[in-house]
Design a protein around this ligand. Structure first.
Ligand code: ACO
Length: 331
């Protein structure tokens, strides 16, 4: 591997559907209350797709947003990576649907399945492909249409999730190195506490699986909560240690936005001040692979850091998977 090749981040972009579903709307769907959802999760509302919209539509809008900001030609993109657990269809990849919508026919295209950590797995993958010299300009999209794979009769899960998309464009550079550090982890022994049980090869779709809603997200919330705090705290520190950085070097932390209580517990454990932690969970809920990149794009638009600053993304999700990355924002 040619380690002299650096990675420059050209831009970020994001897109969320316009339809808002508030906690009060949910009170009409399941036995819940705005008070319960707000105090247990910090979520006030989330976005959901319109009829006829799909995952690759969200991805297209976020990608175009990033492409326009980077001022590059679509044809110059040589790799498209889409991180998602709610693809348009199980086969082919959403990345190929996105390629078609973008008319980016010069690119190779594939999906990554690492749930809420998907965008961070994507950053590490993009870095490795660019540093190896194999590809030069990569579009990475984190996108979810979770409203399509939620059991809307299950109050334990349906209140938590939302739809959205975020994008980032990377290119090879002789001078810049904007992906400062990456750290990833996974533990397959926890596949049972957060999953979609049916619709794959082990439990193919049948009348019974549909009736039991086994094609929807199932979660043992309390277990996931505990491991999320542990692994996000570990990732937060590890990614700094790998390159000899400390909290003083980081301008803004962007943790996965699953639950405000998880974010606060991680920040408290690490001794990080509230001002350095970006939160938008109240607006969007958990958008899985789209969460950290939508938050980064919004924090950029809000001027939450300045050119040259280091920003740390930390995530955790089904698998279980987790990870963190430190990015230099130089665009
Ligand atoms: N409205 C009202 N009451 C509810 C609701 C609801 N929406 N949901 C659950 N309850 C009830 C329960 O039935 C239970 O009642 P009981 O005591 O009579 O049995 C009570 O509230 C407490 O339920 P708990 O599950 O213990 O509530 P908890 O405080 O653990 O919060 C939550 C649940 C919000 C799901 C939390 O556990 C959580 O955030 N877990 C982590 C989720 C997460 O981070 N996922 C990330 C990955 S997602 C991915 O990768 C796709």
């Amino acid at each position: 591997m040619d380690n002299k090749v650096g990675v420059k981040i050209l831009s970020t972009g994001s897109f969320v559907p316009r339809k808002v579903l508030t906690n009060f709307d949910l009170e009409k769907i399941v036995e819940t209350s705005d008070e319960w959802i707000s105090t247990r999760t910090g979520i006030k509302e989330r976005r959901v797709l319109d009829k006829g919209q799909t995952t690759s539509d969200l991805a297209y809008n976020a990608a175009m947003n990033a492409i326009e900001k980077a001022k590059i030609a679509v044809e110059s993109i040589d790799m498209i990576i889409v991180a998602t657990i709610s693809p348009d269809v199980p086969m082919p990849s959403t990345a190929c649907y996105l390629q078609k919508k973008l008319k980016a026919y010069g690119a190779v295209a594939f999906d990554i399945s690492a749930a809420c950590s998907g965008f961070l797995y994507g950053v590490a993958t993009a870095k490795a492909f660019i540093k190896s010299g194999m590809y030069k300009r990569i579009l990475l999209v984190g996108v979810e249409a979770l409203s399509r794979i939620i059991d809307w009769t299950d109050r334990n899960t349906c209140i938590l999730f939302g739809d959205g998309a975020g994008a980032m464009i990377f290119e090879a550079s002789d001078t810049e190195n904007d992906i400062v550090s990456t750290y990833l982890g996974a533990s397959g022994e926890h596949t049972d506490i957060l999953n979609i049980p049916a619709g794959g090869a082990s439990v193919p779709a049948s009348e019974e699986t549909i009736k039991k809603k086994l094609h929807c997200i199932k979660m043992v919330g309390k277990e996931v909560f505990k491991i999320a705090v542990l692994k996000m705290s570990l990732s937060l520190n590890k990614v700094q240690e790998l390159v000899g950085l400390t909290d003083r070097d980081i301008s803004l932390y962007i943790p996965h936005q699953a639950n405000l209580r998880i974010i606060e517990a991680v920040a408290k454990k690490a001794g990080i001040t509230k001002e350095k932690v970006y939160v938008n969970v109240h607006k969007y809920g958990n958008m899985s692979a789209a969460t950290t990149i939508v938050a980064l794009d919004e924090a950029y638009q809000e001027g939450r850091f300045k050119k040259g600053d280091l920003v740390e993304l930390i995530a955790f999700g089904a698998g279980l998977t987790w990870g963190a990355c430190i990015l230099r924002i130089n665009f």
